[in-house]
Design a protein around this ligand. Structure first.
Ligand code: FAD
Ligand code: NAD
Length: 475
């Protein structure tokens, strides 16, 4: 087979493998390269998302949620679980691994079915759109491409004086693999990973301490939602310490001593395991030879324009390796847009309507602008909100914390932002994304028939409340 391709994709995460499949669907001869091996030593395309991110974390969130519900929520339904309830961590981890294997195997199969040629190894871009692949046995081969798509993803940020050792001081990968429930789990960073993985181990019995440098929790979220989240997490017993800077950590006699700087001065805490979750950075390590013409910006990301074109001709970059939110669905949509643009079609991703979801309990989801952003930009807006506690479905489910909050332009009524904390927020946000993509208004949401009894009635009522005519609450 010839080693010249129409499209070569480096990285088979949700950005890269989706780009490769779409390119192949459009009739382009496509190669996809990824170096990741699974626990069985076999190629495991799917990137951080399938292997050590979105999917395994959601598997553990679900297992730990069941465990927590059996202990704390079933009694209210009249279900008596007699005898002690226990968690077999090995079974929980094996279930997670099985899901990961099923999905990475599924990606391999999808690449094959779509006639994408898959290469397992490390890809390096050379000048003239040549790509050098080095496999695990150090065997090398070279491909050439009309177009190259860089989709090398991201890796965890490390902080000074806190060295990962894979056992006591870990990143997300390690925190998905604890063989036993740590008695005390310290987490540096109360961001998305800290809150999700902190929730997993808290539900299983860990004492969880989140150490957050900023003065506010979830600074990027709407602050009404962030404050509600803070209260809920506190009720669950999560110890979130804001304005706390970690200066260093050391493992001594099987314990981790963490040195902190707080507003009250310096102090130390002792934990059994320490998760570092202070953000991720673009992974461009050894990806580019000299003279490829691809620029890297000051943040270490591959520099791209709004169509994901790099500074070098016919070289594109997508996903976590470029600007914009580090989310799987954002990378996948960029992959589709780039493949379609290469094939001569129109491809486009609207970064203004990328939804965020945090899979804690309650779930948190948002799209568009926060109230703080609108205030800072001087945009006049109407706000409508509705609590799940006033929905029949939420009460029937026994899961009625949180609310929906919508922000609409005061003049045009166009929906500018939607913020949800509560049950199934991850699913409910979708109708708000659609409304925003179609340039819809709060009035559109208010006039659409929503099934009863559903949680989506909270979205409907929040839209009515934006015009001060909600039915099931005082306006
Ligand atoms: P990656 O998924 O990082 O994939 C890049 C791939 O490229 C990797 O497989 C890597 O091995 C390979 N690679 C890199 N360089 C080379 C090279 N030179 N040669 C060959 N191969 C190479 N996002 C969500 O949207 N929802 C979630 O619920 C969610 N949960 C997450 C939970 C955790 C714990 C973490 C860490 C992340 C989570 N994310 C979530 C973020 C999500 O995983 C990323 O946004 C997404 O994986 C980015 O996709 P990508 O394809 O750009 O990069
Ligand atoms: P994050 O940016 O969400 O949170 C990092 C937190 O660490 C921030 O609150 C930051 O203020 C804090 N911080 C930074 N340096 C610190 C320090 N020295 N001491 C104490 N706190 C410090 O990053 P993350 O949680 O590592 O996640 C990385 C990215 O992965 C996310 O931004 C997101 O893009 C993606 N992700 C998404 C999901 C999801 O979609 N559900 C889940 C997990 C991860």
């Amino acid at each position: 087979m010839s080693d010249h391709f129409d499209v070569i994709v480096i990285g088979a995460g949700p950005a890269g493998y989706v780009a490769a499949i779409r390119a192949a669907q459009l009739g382009l001869k496509t190669a996809c390269i990824d170096e990741r091996l699974g626990k069985d030593g076999k190629p495991a395309p799917g990137g951080a998302c399938l292997n050590v991110g979105c999917i395994p974390s959601k598997a553990l969130l679900d297992s730990s949620k069941h465990y927590h519900h059996v202990q704390h929520q079933y009694a209210a339904h009249g279900i008596n679980v007699s005898g002690p309830v226990s968690m077999d961590v090995d079974t929980m981890l094996a279930r997670k691994d099985k899901i990961v294997k099923q999905l990475t195997g599924g990606v391999k199969q999808l690449l094959k079915t779509n006639q994408v040629e898959f290469f397992c190894g490390r890809g390096k871009l050379l000048p003239e759109r040549q790509v050098l692949i080095t496999d695990a046995d150090n065997q090398q081969q070279q491909l050439s491409g009309e177009h190259i798509i860089l989709a090398s993803g991201s890796i965890p940020i490390a902080i000074p004086n806190v060295e990962y050792d894979g056992q006591y001081i870990v990143d997300n990968e390690g925190a998905l693999e604890f063989a036993q429930v740590p008695q005390r789990l310290g987490v540096i960073g109360a961001g998305v990973i800290g809150l999700e993985l902190g929730s997993v181990w808290k539900r299983l019995g860990s004492e969880v301490i989140l150490l957050e440098a900023l003065d506010e929790l979830l600074a990027a979220a709407d602050q009404d939602i962030a404050k509600t989240a803070g209260r809920e997490f506190k009720k669950q017993g999560m110890n979130i310490r804001l304005s706390t800077l970690v200066q260093g950590a050391q493992v001594i006699n099987g314990e981790v001593i963490v040195k902190l700087e707080t507003k009250d001065g310096e102090e130390s805490i002792t934990v059994d395991r320490l998760l570092v979750a202070v953000g991720r950075r673009a992974n461009t390590t050894d990806l580019l030879a000299d003279d490829t013409g691809v620029s890297i910006n000051q943040r270490g990301q591959i520099e791209v324009d709004e169509h994901c074109r790099t500074s070098a001709e016919n070289i594109w970059a997508i996903g976590d390796a470029v600007r914009g939110p580090m989310l799987a669905h954002k990378g996948s949509e960029e992959g589709i847009a780039v493949a379609e643009t290469i094939a001569g079609q129109a491809g486009h991703v609207n970064l203004e309507t990328v939804p965020w979801v945090i899979y804690t309990d309650p779930e948190i989801a948002w799209v568009g602008k926060t109230e703080q952003e609108l205030q800072q930009a001087g945009v006049a807006y109407n706000s409508g909100s509705f609590p799940f506690a006033a929905t029949g479905r939420g009460l029937a489910m026994g899961d009625a914390s949180g609310m929906v909050k919508l922000l609409a332009d005061a003049e045009t009524d166009r929906l500018l932002g939607a913020h949800i904390i509560g049950p199934n927020a991850s699913e409910l946000i979708a109708e708000c994304v659609v409304t925003m993509e179609f340039a819809g208004c709060a009035e559109d949401l208010a006039r659409i028939v929503h099934a009863h009894p559903t949680l989506s009635e909270a979205v409907h009522e929040a839209a009515l409340n934006a015009d001060k005519r909600a039915i099931h609450r005082a306006n």
